[in-house]
Design a binder for this molecule. Sequence first.
Ligand code: SD4
Length: 323
Amino acid sequence: MNSKYYNRRNFIKVGALGVSSATLSISSASDSSGSSTKPIIISTWDHGAMANNVGFKLLTDGADAIDAVQQGVMVVESDPKVRTVGVGGYPDRDGVVTLDACLMKGDGSCGSVAFLRDIENPVAVARKVMDETPHVMLVGAGAKKFALDNGFEEKELLTEASKRDYENWLKRTDYMPPINIENHDTISTLAIDQNGVIAGACTTSGASYKYHGRVGDSPIIGAGLFVDQEAGGACATGWGEEVIRTAGSAMVVEMMRNGKSPQEACEAIVKRINERRKGKEIQIGFLAMDTKGNFGAYSLRKGFTYAVKHKDEDAIKAATYLY
Ligand code: SD4
């Protein structure tokens, strides 16, 4: 589906919007934010608070959820201090930063790019794919050409810090990607706007020191992200191969459609993944929200955090977990 034929709105520019460091509390996981909370925005990890600040301001100003999630995650993509997304992301094992991103609306319109090089904001390219093409996904050189043709500028994504880390990694490894609980931190965001429309976005530099050409779950609609206006949305972070194998986010949404709460659905998918692969060495986290704004989160291992923002709450929470 192509949103051009749906409710296409003008792209909202928020260049003047700063990212304030809101006072955030760490609290334990919450199953729910009450019945019918909107607007609301939730994002993976502590850096999700940056995305939430920008997205929530847009939502309260009346923006569409798809614009809020996109603009929110773009701030994280552009921040070189976030080493797992966009500029400054860890490179692959050949020293190249390659990015994966997608976004999706409750009506099924979606766009995605994968294995994209040299572009600061892959999620904005994914938005163009959604709005301007009859396709869902562009990858690699084709995605880059599409971006350049549409006015995106080429940018070196490998920062000095990432280059230094890569050179150190080369010295102490066998040129094999690490499989461990630290190898993650994708930003995935879900939002409901004032009209009750739900949307999500997901963007990452993927698993650090991955094989050149590897694509994770994050840009795959149904794996790293899935949103449905009737059932809700879900997104993932962590070792993407397991999320792809289980069609993770689509599965969570289907479980919600069949009556599970967001929290129960996140727990069920993580337990299913664990049954297949006793993955104590990996981390996987899911975040889900139903169309009333009830949300849940659960991870395989301790340590998964997520940020929540709505009129009554601005917090970073610790997800409950299996191990
Ligand atoms: C992936 N799910 O590429 C992503 C990893 C991640 O920050 O969360 N990266 O498998």
